[in-house]
Design a protein around this ligand. Structure first.
Ligand SMILES: *[C@@H]1O[C@H](CO)[C@@H](O)[C@H](O)[C@H]1NC(C)=O
Length: 555
C-alpha cells in the first residue's frame, strides 16, 4: 500500500503549466512529475467552482448528490460562519483510508463548511471527515483578505449597506422636516431609533472590510484557531513547513497527505523572494512560487526515501478565472486553447484541468493519456490502493474498471467514462460522450452563459458567469461539438455538417435521462438559509467581534 500525496492548486488554469504547453511560465517541478509519470490531457473537474468541485473530489460523487450546490446563484460557501457544508453522511476517501490504518492529513484550503449549530461543533470540519490532522484555512483565500479591489464580498456589502443608510437618512430627514413644519404628527421616538440604526449601519459599512478579514481569513490547527486574522507574509512558509513535517512525522507510513494550496487564488499572496521573478506579473510569480513549493515537498519525499512508494497526484480544482482582471492586469489563470473559464459549467476552460500521476516503478514514465478522466476518479483509485472498499450504498461517479491495478497501467484499458455530466450549480449545462467505437469525444451543450460583453468569452465585470436566469441561453436543439477534432469548441456542428448529429443527440439524451433517474433530492447546502452569515457560528479567537490572536500565543 503506497503513501498517497495529493497536490491541488486553487484556480490554476491548464494553460499555466509548462508540461501542458506553457513556454514562458516556469513550472519545472510539475513538469518533472509529468516526465516521471502519467499525464492526463482530458482531466475534468466535476464543477467549475471551489466548493462543489472539492466536495466531488473528496467523495467521488457529483456535487448535486451531496447537496453541495445551490439553485439560486451561490457558487460557493459564502462565509466560514454558515451552517451549510459537506454533510456528515458523506464518506470521503480520507475517512476510508483512515479506517484502513493510514495517517491522514490536510494542509491548506478546506472551504467545505465548518459548523452546524455552535461556533465549535465542527460538524463539517476536516477532522470530522476522515482527516486526523488539519492545518490551514477552513475557508478560502479571497481578494477581500487583503482588501483588494477585486472584491468577492466587501464591495457588494458596502453598496447594500450604504443604500440602506441613504434610505434611512432620507426617511429621517423627511419625517423631521414634516414634524418641524407641523405637517406630520408622529412621536419623536421612532425618528430617534431610525437615526440610531442609520448611524450603526454607517459605522458597520465603514468596518465591513475589517469584519470580513477577521471572520474568514484565519488559520486553524486541528480544532484550534492559530492565527486570526492571517499574517500573510509568513503563510507560504507555514504551509510548506506543515506539509514537510507531516511527511517526516509519518514516514513509516502509510500516509495520505492532501496539500490543498492557497496558491494561485487571488489575492495571490507571494513571498518577497518570488516577487517579480516571472514574466507574467504577480499571477506568474504566484504560480512559480507554488511550483517551487511542489519541488520542496517532492524533495522531502526523496530525502526520506519515500519516492518509490508514494503515489503523487497534481491537479487544480477547476479552470483559471478569466474575470479576475483589474485594468490591464490579469490576476487569474490561463486556460490555453480551451474556451471559457472558472464558473462556467459547460465550456471546457472551466473544467479541464491538469492531472498528473507519478509512482516510479509502477506507472510508466512519460505516458500521456487523452481519454476522458475525472477528478472524481481519485476516490476509487486511492480507496482501492489503500485496501479499502468503495461504498456500495450510494452512487459513485469515479471510475476504476480494473480490479487490482489502475486502468492507466494497462495499454488496452479504457478510462471507464462513457459519459460525463457538466453541471453549473444544480443545473445540467452540458454532457460529454466518449464514443469508444470511433474514439470520438462529443460534447453537447444544453445551456451556455451569455458572455459580457457579447462574444468576449467571459463575463467581465460580473465576477463569474451565471448558471441560470436571464444570464444564460438555453439551446434547442442543443449545441454539438466534436472535441476530438475541435477542442476549442469553435465550430458547432449541424445536421448538415455532421451526419451523426441526430444519433449523437439521441444517445446523449438517453444517457442524461438515465443519469437523472439515479438522482435523489438532497438538502442544498449552498442555498440561502444554509449559506448566510450567522454571528453565533463565527469562530473567534478572542471576544467577538474582536477576534484576534496569533500563533505564538496559542500553540
Ligand atoms: C502562460 O501563462 C501565462 C500566465 O497565465 C499566460 O499569460 C500565457 O499566455 C501562457 N503562455 C502560453 C504559451 O500558453
Amino acid at each position: 500500500r503506497p503513501n498517497i500525496l495529493l497536490l491541488m492548486a486553487d484556480d490554476l488554469g491548464i494553460g499555466d503549466v509548462g508540461c501542458y504547453g506553457n513556454t514562458t511560465l516556469r513550472t519545472p517541478n510539475i513538469n518533472r512529475l509529468a516526465e516521471d509519470g502519467v499525464t492526463l490531457t482530458q482531466h475534468i473537474a466535476a464543477a467549475p467552482t471551489c466548493t462543489p468541485s472539492r466536495a466531488a473530489f473528496l467523495t467521488g460523487r457529483y456535487p448535486l448528490r451531496s447537496g453541495m450546490v445551490s439553485s439560486r446563484g451561490n457558487r460557493v460557501l459564502q462565509w466560514t460562519a454558515v451552517s451549510g457544508g459537506l454533510p456528515e453522511s458523506e464518506t470521503t476517501f480520507a475517512k476510508i483510508l483512515k479506517n484502513e490504518g493510514y495517517a491522514t492529513g490536510l494542509i491548506g484550503k478546506w472551504h467545505l463548511g465548518l459548523n452546524c449549530e455552535s461556533p465549535s461543533d465542527h460538524c463539517h470540519h476536516p477532522l470530522n471527515h476522515g482527516f486526523d490532522y488539519f492545518y490551514g484555512m477552513p475557508f478560502s483565500m479571497m481578494g477581500d483578505c487583503l482588501r483588494w479591489d477585486l472584491s468577492e464580498k466587501r464591495a457588494g456589502l458596502e453598496l447594500k449597506l450604504n443604500f440602506c443608510v441613504q434610505i434611512l437618512a432620507l426617511a429621517v430627514l423627511t419625517v423631521a422636516a414634516g414634524k418641524l413644519t407641523g405637517l406630520v404628527s408622529v412621536p419623536w421616538m421612532p425618528v430617534v431609533w431610525l437615526t440610531i440604526v442609520a448611524v450603526l449601519l454607517c459605522v458597520i459599512s465603514h468596518f465591513v472590510g475589517t469584519l470580513i478579514v477577521h471572520a474568514d481569513c484565519f488559520l486553524m490547527r486541528n480544532h484550534s484557531i492559530t492565527e486570526q486574522p492571517m499574517l500573510f507574509q509568513r503563510t507560504t512558509s507555514l504551509m510548506l513547513q506543515e506539509a514537510v513535517s507531516f511527511i517526516k512525522r509519518n514516514k513509516h507510513g502509510p500516509f495520505l497527505l492532501f496539500v490543498s494550496f492557497l496558491h494561485v487564488h487571488v489575492p495571490l499572496v507571494t513571498t518577497e523572494k518570488s516577487l517579480g521573478k516571472s514574466v507574467h506579473g504577480l499571477y506568474g510569480d504566484n504560480v512559480e512560487e507554488m511550483d517551487w513549493m511542489v519541488g520542496q515537498i517532492l524533495d522531502t519525499l526523496n530525502k526520506e526515501g519515500l519516492t518509490d512508494n508514494t503515489l503523487v497526484y497534481f491537479t487544480s480544482d477547476h479552470g483559471g478565472s478569466l474575470e479576475s482582471q483589474l485594468g490591464n492586469h490579469q490576476y487569474g489563470g490561463w486556460n490555453g486553447i480551451y474556451k471559457g473559464g472558472k464558473g462556467m459549467g459547460g465550456w471546457e476552460g472551466g473544467i479541464r484541468v491538469p492531472g498528473i500521476f507519478r509512482w516510479p516503478g509502477v506507472l510508466p514514465a512519460g505516458r500521456v493519456i487523452d481519454e476522458p478522466t475525472s477528478l472524481m476518479d481519485i476516490f476509487p483509485t486511492v480507496v482501492q490502493l489503500g485496501g479499502g472498499q468503495v461504498p456500495q450504498d450510494r452512487d459513485q461517479s469515479g471510475r476504476w474498471p480494473g480490479t487490482s491495478h489502475p486502468w492507466w497501467l494497462g495499454a488496452g484499458a479504457h478510462s471507464g467514462h462513457q459519459f460525463l455530466m457538466h453541471y453549473c450549480e444544480g443545473f445540467l449545462h452540458a454532457a460529454r460522450w466518449y464514443q469508444r467505437s470511433t474514439g470520438t469525444v462529443w460534447k453537447v451543450h444544453f445551456t451556455t452563459p451569455k458572455f459580457h460583453p457579447e462574444g468576449a468569452g467571459a463575463c467581465y465585470g460580473r465576477g463569474v458567469c451565471p448558471c441560470s436566469g436571464a444570464g444564460v441561453i438555453h439551446h434547442d436543439p442543443p449545441v454539438l461539438f466534436n472535441l476530438s477534432r475541435d477542442p476549442s469548441e469553435a465550430h458547432p456542428l449541424t445536421p448538415a455538417t455532421e451526419p451523426l448529429f441526430h444519433q449523437v443527440m439521441e444517445r446523449v439524451a438517453q444517457a442524461v435521462k438515465e443519469h437523472q433517474q439515479t438522482l435523489t433530492p438532497a438538502p442544498l447546502q449552498l442555498d440561502s438559509l444554509n449559506n448566510i452569515w450567522r454571528p453565533w457560528l463565527q469562530p473567534c479567537c478572542g471576544v467577538f467581534p474582536l477576534c484576534w490572536c496569533s500563533q505564538e500565543e496559542h500553540q
